[in-house]
Design a protein around this ligand. Structure first.
Ligand code: HEM
Length: 207
């Protein structure tokens, strides 16, 4: 139970950061002055920036460690012959969440090297966030990776927000159906918000 609550609370912290990141990305639609100005403002408050980064890294570690630990307990509790055959939809969903989560983690590593550190970006210029994003996502192949990550994150949030509400006991059965559209709407909005930037770059809207 404690581990489920840890997954839920760390997931909600990650979700809050995700919403802030989508909002930050949308400044790109106001042009280089606004987007680069926003990034520069974050860097002028290094204590807050590093506190947020450390909090984010800690939330990610707690989230992954608790999920891995729960998966181990689940495997140990299952009868031997069923170890590789999930027998119901929730086991299948949990397996999908773990696979999706691992892919998202791989994306985050690639993404940091691409747009934060610049090691995987051929024309990276520190501080020029707008130019880095436009040059970095112009290739349809790379844009597709970002759009895929946005879709994967939307699916992860869809199931995760739902499961978090249940783990924290916030989902009385009667209210469940009424809340479903809000969870779907929020997840879709995050996926669309993230996908908007690569789509706008490959279609030439952002250049
Ligand atoms: C799909 C469109 C996305 C775009 C256009 C985008 C853009 C960016 C940019 C430009 C930065 C560097 C900001 C700076 O240097 O000031 C950044 C940082 C970052 N992004 Fe994204 N991002 C996207 C999706 C995601 C997703 C889906 C995740 C996580 C699941 C993510 C996680 C991060 C992280 C962890 C950082 C580092 C923040 C820091 O410590 O400064 N991004 N992103």
């Amino acid at each position: 139970m404690v581990r489920k609550a840890l997954v839920a609370v760390s997931g909600l912290a990650l979700w809050t950061w995700i919403v802030l990141h989508v909002a930050g990305n949308l400044t790109l639609f106001s042009g280089p002055a606004v987007a680069d100005g926003y990034a520069a403002a974050l860097r002028r408050a290094p204590a807050w920036l590093w506190a947020a980064r450390v909090g984010l890294a800690a939330a990610m570690m707690v989230h992954v460690a608790a999920v891995v630990s729960l998966a181990r307990t689940g495997r140990a509790a299952r009868p031997r012959h069923a170890a590789h055959a999930p027998d119901d939809t929730s086991a299948l969903a949990a397996r999908g969440m773990r696979l999706g989560g691992a892919l998202l983690l791989a994306f985050v590593v690639y993404h940091l090297l691409h747009l934060t550190v610049g090691a995987l970006h051929p024309h990276f210029e520190p501080g020029h966030v707008y130019a880095n994003v436009v040059a970095g996502l112009r290739s349809p192949r790379i844009a597709a990776v970002y759009i895929g990550a946005a879709a994967l994150l939307g699916l992860h949030l869809l199931h995760g927000l739902w499961a978090a509400a249940r783990s924290l006991g916030l989902r009385p059965a009667t209210a469940a159906r009424r809340r479903r559209p809000a969870v779907v709407g929020v997840s879709l909005a995050v996926a669309a918000g993230f996908a908007a930037v690569p789509v706008a770059v490959v279609t030439g809207w952002l250049r």
